[in-house]
Design a protein around this ligand. Structure first.
Ligand code: NAP
Ligand code: COA
Length: 273
């Protein structure tokens, strides 16, 4: 992974949902920059594999098995992590679940599963982490998604949950400002090699259509989300709080049509003056 010239030597970085995908990519970014990293997820074998990967960077690494739907389990893990590495300078909250289904194809429990993991789980992580955050100075980052602001069919549960995360982010940015804690969110666009995209674009045709919907014409890479998280947690973002930062190749900028310039070009409407 290519790193950016920011150091987090001996800083404690806690990543909820850090055993795979985008969140593990973020953990790698901070570990490569000298941080001690704690990760939390459910499945022990994936946590163990991620811990082994992260240890290769040379810093301290601890893994915790807990379900973000269980407040006491989350609080216990955060207490233990704090005991191991001290005050948490950066907290990434990105545990989430997703499946593709129409609202009428979801049971109450199906809708609730995603609300409980994504929204209630984020609240649990925020609520339980506050006691252990570096004050002043901590950077808290929630991982949201484009569905929070742009409705998507077959994603009613995720749209609702992630919209809630955006508002939690903004509310606590205000409540925790007096403690010197900045609270922001990153909204990744489609990121290659992730569980999320294997669910949302399960065929080559769907993947191609998704890429064409991004102005930069490609899916993002995990390290591109890590770089944004590191920037948001650096002194260069000292005045940024309450922001929802899209890292999406321009996908959320507006209604993008890759063929529009060509179509109008054929009518003589071009970029040449
Ligand atoms: P992923 O690889 O499935 O990562 C999800 C992580 O959360 C795993 O570590 C998973 O481990 C953990 N997790 C899930 N349910 C949990 C629970 N109940 N309690 C504790 N941990 C739990 O997913 P991803 O695709 O990289 O997505 C990561 C984040 O980015 C999510 O917040 C997602 O909404 C967001 N996002 C992804 C994309 C994308 O392109 N993939 C785009 C926009 C936003 P266990 O299953 O072992 O618990
Ligand atoms: N369509 C409709 N309903 C579905 C579904 C689907 N594809 N997949 C699961 N559900 C429903 C189940 O039927 C169940 O409802 P029921 O009890 O009425 O039958 C409910 O969701 C909970 O299912 P369960 O498997 O018990 O949930 P879980 O809590 O173990 O897992 C999920 C949560 C479903 C979100 C699971 O996909 C998950 O853990 N995902 C994590 C990885 C992931 O999604 N990564 C991408 C992140 S963006």
């Amino acid at each position: 992974m290519q790193t950016i010239p920011l150091r987090f030597d001996n800083a404690h970085v806690f990543v909820a949902g850090g055993s795979s995908g985008i969140n593990l990519g973020i953990a790698h970014g901070f570990a490569a920059a000298g941080a001690n990293v704690s990760i939390l997820a459910r499945k022990a074998e994936r946590i163990d594999a991620a811990v082994a990967e992260l240890k290769a960077h040379g810093g301290g690494v601890r893994g915790f098995s807990a379900d973000v739907r269980n407040y006491e389990a989350v609080a216990g893990a955060l207490r233990e992590a704090h005991g191991a590495f001290g005050d948490i300078a950066v907290l990434i909250s990105g545990a989430a679940g997703n499946f593709v289904a129409p609202a009428l194809g979801m049971s109450s429990n199906g809708f609730k599963a995603v609300m409980d993991i994504d929204l209630l789980g984020t609240f649990h992580v925020m609520r339980a982490a506050h006691a252990h955050l570096l004050k002043p100075g901590a950077s808290f980052i929630n991982i949201t998604a484009p569905q929070s602001q742009r409705a998507m069919m077959l994603q009613a549960h995720v749209c609702a949950a992630k919209a809630g995360i955006d508002m939690l982010t903004k509310s606590l940015a205000m409540e925790w400002a007096a403690d010197g804690i900045r609270v922001n969110a990153i909204s990744p666009g489609p990121i290659e090699g992730t569980e999320g995209m294997s669910r949302l674009a399960p065929t080559p045709k769907a993947a191609e259509a998704s890429k064409r919907s991004v102005p930069l014409g490609r899916w993002g890479r995990k390290e591109e989300i890590a770089w944004a998280a590191m920037f948001l947690s650096s002194p260069f973002a000292a005045y940024i709080s309450g922001a929802i930062l899209p890292v999406d190749g321009g996908g959320s900028a507006g209604r993008y049509d890759p063929d529009l310039l060509g179509q109008f070009g054929q009518m003589g409407i071009t970029s040449q003056v």
